[in-house]
Write a protein that binds this ligand. Structure first.
Ligand SMILES: *Cc1c(COP(=O)(O)O)cnc(C)c1O
Length: 356
């Protein structure tokens, strides 16, 4: 007899990072690098790092800086190894095998992966033709299916659309015995956060990350913000030394430069607006571009005919974007990167027109 993997692992495909391209607009990263002034601060403190000691299990300094930046109480903040770790913990530890987790679709793919690993059943709420949620029908479906938890990203990855704070809170209020996980990975680019509301509700948890607007994807820093009861439980179930000392130090330093971060957010939003406008302009000439969503995030969600073919062409020209069914998700980049993706898209349809 030989060892057999559990059935759920046999079919599982690891995360596919895609091939390396000159222009990388596929992972919604920031295109802004940390300036020298901050790098010098970092270098100095990293020099003094006590490599032989375990990290602070609660990352207290980091959580305090995060709390200061977002004006939330530090005792309601839990740091993690990316918000991905938090999603994993919430599905595996806050839910039992056989429980039901409601997802909305389209949404972030990892929610389903973690649910499956935890033996949690998923119940899908399909967004309408405009990629919007009707809170009324969502609430009705959640009640009917008796779900234990609901997770959604707002602004949504991949649709880039924003639901109002009012609508999110209505869901939280109407489903008062359901854990509502609001993934605000992109809320730094928008203004409908429910971060300030966590203390008012027994069932609300908000996830944030420094991987997108803050340009610190390399560090893997995610945060959960929730009431004291949820926070205590989360801190108890996480592995003790989940955030390494180097990431704690660097995150703490960067959060201490709020002007820099706010300027990054402005720059990224302006690139996103540029990308959106240019794809919209291209759409006027190219009927194959079926829709372009008006983004509240740092990427643009574009529906095109033969998306896989367009994606492959871009890839061939060393431009990476994300292919999601009939859609391409294009991250906002530098001026040169936005130019590259637009130029290559134009080229694709020029070649296609000439070849028919
Ligand atoms: C990028 C992303 C994350 C992952 O954040 P990390 O902190 O890098 O793990 C979580 N949720 C959504 C919706 C994302 O797009």
């Amino acid at each position: 007899m030989t060892y057999q993997l559990p059935e759920k692992l046999k079919q599982l495909q690891g995360y596919q990072p895609g091939t390396i391209c000159d222009t990388k607009l596929s992972a919604n990263e920031s295109f802004i690098s940390i300036p020298d002034e901050i790098r010098r601060d970092i270098a100095k403190q990293i020099w003094e790092l006590e490599y032989n000691r375990y990290p602070d299990p609660l990352a207290k300094k980091l959580c305090r800086k995060f709390a200061e930046f977002f004006s939330v109480p530090a005792e309601l903040v839990t740091a993690a190894n990316g918000s991905d770790e938090l999603l994993f913990l919430l599905t595996t530890c806050f839910m039992n095998a056989g429980d039901k987790l409601m997802l909305v679709e389209p949404d972030f793919e990892m929610y389903r992966v973690y649910a499956e690993m935890a033996g949690v059943e998923t119940v899908v709420y399909e967004k309408d033709a405009h990629l919007r949620i009707s809170t009324e029908t969502l609430v009705a479906q959640a009640r009917e299916q008796q779900v234990q938890a609901l997770v959604l990203s707002n602004p949504c990855n991949p649709s880039s659309l924003l639901e109002s704070r009012e609508d999110i809170l209505r869901i939280v209020q109407e489903l008062e015995n359901v854990l509502i996980i609001v993934d605000e990975a992109y809320m730094d680019f928008a203004d409908e956060s429910v971060l300030q509301d966590v203390e008012l509700y027994s069932n609300l948890i908000v996830l944030k990350t420094l991987s997108k607007a803050f340009g610190l994807a390399a560090l893997r820093l995610g945060f959960a913000i929730a009431n004291k009861t949820i926070t205590n439980a989360l801190r108890a179930v996480k592995s003790p030394y989940n955030v390494n000392t180097a990431s704690q130090i660097i995150g703490t330093i960067v959060l201490d430069y709020p002007d820099f971060i706010h300027s990054c957010i402005r720059t990224i939003k302006s690139s996103r607006n540029d990308l959106y406008r240019r794809v919209r302009d291209l759409q006027k000439e190219i009927p194959d571009i079926q829709s372009v969503q008006n983004s509240s995030a740092n990427f643009v969600y574009v529906q095109v005919i033969n998306a896989a073919d367009v994606h492959a062409f871009l890839q061939e020209k060393s431009v990476a974007v994300r292919l999601l069914g009939e859609y391409l998700r294009i991250s906002a980049g530098t001026k040169a990167e936005n130019d590259a993706v637009l130029r290559t898209l134009e080229e694709y349809w020029e070649e296609k027109v000439y070849s028919v």
